[in-house]
Design a protein around this ligand. Sequence first.
Ligand SMILES: [Zn+2]
Length: 127
Amino acid sequence: MTYRIGAYVMDTETARVGQVVGESASRVILRQPGTGLEWEADPRVLRLASRDEREAIGVHSNGTSVVGHLAGEDSVTVQADCEECQRLGRAEAEARSASNHSRAADYRVLARRHLRNVHGVAVAVGA
Ligand SMILES: [Zn+2]
């Protein structure tokens, strides 16, 4: 089975949802929304992500994604088409995956300030 570019799929091997960004040989290239993390998966372990699964990783129908999407964590919605948003989102995700929570929190503060100053978005804590 093949998936169109931009589709959200569940990698059942790693239990991660990714957006299809391309194909190489017999592998599908996936990108994790919000973090920009990319990985390759065997198309046989993929299936289309359900709406709940997409929302669980913070993908909304308007194409924005959420930083800090772990349950109970405060989160920041970043603009998908803004480089600075993406940079802050990646840095936050990297700090979080390295269990550097104070650094991750710093990036969430920076992302919020950037959203307010650049995009005029007031970000609710815990949204
Ligand atoms: Zn931005």
